[in-house]
Design a binder for this molecule. Structure first.
Ligand code: SF4
Ligand code: SF4
Length: 216
């Protein structure tokens, strides 16, 4: 009999505890989330209260050093392609064009003084696929590819999630490719001309008599 009453008591306590938790959340929910920043002691209390935020009027602030949307400071990109190779889901696409010798000054240097040797007409990041793993930013030798604290960059149009950072227009890239092809064709012609001259010189050179063997 005593066990019977003990069970009733346990049940009543359990129900009262559950209701207490529910009521606590219920009354917490009347508080509105404020503007606490990450440096504010109340930052993590921002998740108390309403379960659903009145987005976009209400947002939980993100840290200033948050690692979210990618950004490439293309003026410092040397087109090495390491980020593209490191990305586990292939959401970076790069195309490069070698810089002609007389274009070196035009192409310029990175902010740490390194001469850039490639134009980067295409540097696209599909941020809809990006999982912000950071592998690309880790390998970037010039640290031009970085995460930013921007965490909300949703779009209605999927195509707007493809970010373009290239440093040449399509026409400029075409012109650089043609210029490079012309230079390479000239260099190849010169190489062949020299090879032909060397072959003629070798053919005209006096040949040495071969030594006769003992049996002849
Ligand atoms: S953060 Fe990760 S997934 Fe996103 S582009 Fe870089 S390597 Fe790819
Ligand atoms: S790793 Fe950095 S420097 Fe190299 S291509 Fe990518 S963004 Fe440019």
């Amino acid at each position: 009999m005593s066990e019977y009453f003990r069970n009733i008591k346990t049940g009543a306590v359990t129900i009262a505890t559950g209701l207490g938790i529910t009521l606590k959340h219920f009354f917490n929910a009347v508080h509105r989330k404020g503007d606490a920043g990450v440096d504010d002691v109340d930052y993590f209390r921002q998740v108390d209260g309403l379960v659903t935020l009145q987005y976009p009027r209400e947002v939980i602030p993100t840290p200033k050093n948050g690692r979210y949307r990618l950004y490439n400071a293309i003026e410092d990109c040397i087109g090495c392609g390491q980020c593209e190779r490191a990305c586990p889901i292939s959401c970076i696409t790069i195309e490069t064009i070698k810089v002609a010798q007389d274009d070196m000054a035009l192409c310029g240097k990175t902010s740490d003084g390194q001469q850039k040797k490639f134009w980067v007409p295409v540097f696209d990041i599909d941020v809809a696929k990006c999982m912000t793993c950071g592998m690309c930013t880790t390998v970037c030798p010039t640290e031009c590819l970085v995460h930013t604290p921007v965490s909300d960059f949703s779009e209605f149009d999927r195509s707007n999630m493809l970010y373009h950072f290239g440093n040449l227009t399509r026409l400029e890239a075409e012109s650089k490719r043609n210029k490079l092809a012309e230079i390479q064709a000239k260099a190849q012609a010169e190489k062949e001309r020299k090879a032909a001259e060397a072959a003629v010189a070798a053919a005209q050179a006096p040949t040495q008599e071969e030594p006769k063997s003992d049996g002849e």
